[in-house]
Write a protein that binds this ligand. Structure first.
Ligand code: C2E
Ligand code: MG
Ligand code: MG
Ligand code: MG
Length: 283
């Protein structure tokens, strides 16, 4: 009996696993198909200088407009794209799109593009980025690449070399989600990042937790002393804005100013900004 039951349970699970696997395969095929059909979109979220209160840059964030499922967030498909290697194709597409879009913005507005740690396994990531800049004729100095610390965790020496070669193209490198995961200050000695993006989790409870404020303030100070900009992510309220300003951060990105929006909407924000002499509210 026991054996029969065990077999039944095994069949049940293996059927479930088979279904899960099949649904992932379908999603993967949908992604590869979807990019050719133009179903992916890049949205932009403004980054605001706390000193001037003006938009200085925006982060490119990919979305998938699925014909049946509607707008899908990257949290749902980036992990699968990473597991299947599709991230190389998608990442290159986002980079090209971001450079093309930013060509139409004022020359002092920069664009930030996320790089997955998986893309560092490419044999010629530097060549890919260089080619994207050449194809679009986009000024490398207006491009920032965002990486997470996992890039430094893996194959350190090789990835550090890639980062240095990327930076020598003239672009800047930001360390994303700083303060989470295995964050170690030694990363900051291994590579001269241009910017630290302070993870949203510290900003979220700034009002209720004095220790969060102390951490944000310490990162801002660290950034200043190491000659790096600091961007506070996920600012949603005036109170949070006041606190990150008090903490000495240099920039902010969050729903308080604007969520990620389609390119046309971001361009409209820039138009409103250049039409205004004093500081703007982009919200
Ligand atoms: P990330 O790079 O840390 O991007 C910031 C995320 O925080 C975005 O989520 C943004 O919409 C969200 N966010 C910004 N301000 C606020 C706020 O005030 N409140 C809240 N609750 N959230 C805020 P999104 O667009 O869903 O992207 C999630 C993650 O997906 C990104 O985190 C990034 O890791 C990844 N991702 C997005 N686009 C790309 C891409 O083109 N390539 C790669 N490799 N990863 C991407
Ligand atoms: Mg990012
Ligand atoms: Mg982030
Ligand atoms: Mg993230």
């Amino acid at each position: 009996r026991a054996k029969a039951d065990g077999t039944a349970v095994y069949r049940f699970f293996s059927q479930q696993m088979e279904e899960q696997l099949q649904s992932r395969r379908n999603l993967e095929a949908d992604m590869r198909h979807g990019i050719r059909l133009g179903q992916f979109e890049v949205h932009y979220q403004p980054q605001i200088s706390l000193k001037t209160r003006r938009i200085v840059a925006s982060e490119a964030l990919v979305r998938w407009r699925h014909p049946q499922r509607g707008l899908i967030s990257p949290a749902e498909f980036i992990p699968l794209a990473e597991e299947t290697g599709f991230i190389d194709t998608l990442g290159e597409w986002v980079l090209l799109q971001a450079c093309r879009d930013a060509l139409g913005w004022p020359g002092n507005i920069r664009v930030c593009v996320n790089l997955s740690p998986v893309q560092f396994r490419q044999t010629d990531l530097v060549g890919t980025v260089k080619a994207a800049l050449a194809t679009t004729k986009f000024d490398a100095r207006r491009l920032e690449l965002e990486i997470t610390e996992s890039v430094l965790l893996q194959d350190n020496a090789a990835n550090l070399d890639v980062l240095s070669r990327l930076r020598s193209l003239g672009l800047t490198i930001a360390l994303d989600d700083f303060g989470t995961g295995y964050s170690s200050l030694s990363y900051l000695q291994r590579f001269p990042f241009d910017k630290l993006k302070i993870d949203r989790s510290f900003v979220r409870d700034l009002e209720s937790r004095p220790d969060s404020f102390a951490i944000v303030q310490s990162i801002a100070t660290l950034g200043r002393n190491l000659n790096m900009l600091t961007t506070a992510e996920g600012v949603e309220t005036q109170a949070q804005l006041d606190l990150i300003t008090k903490a000495g951060c240099s920039e902010t990105q969050g729903y308080y100013f604007s969520p990620p929006v389609p390119e046309a909407e971001f361009r409209a924000m820039l138009d409103r900004q250049s039409g205004t002499v004093t500081s703007v509210s982009v919200a």
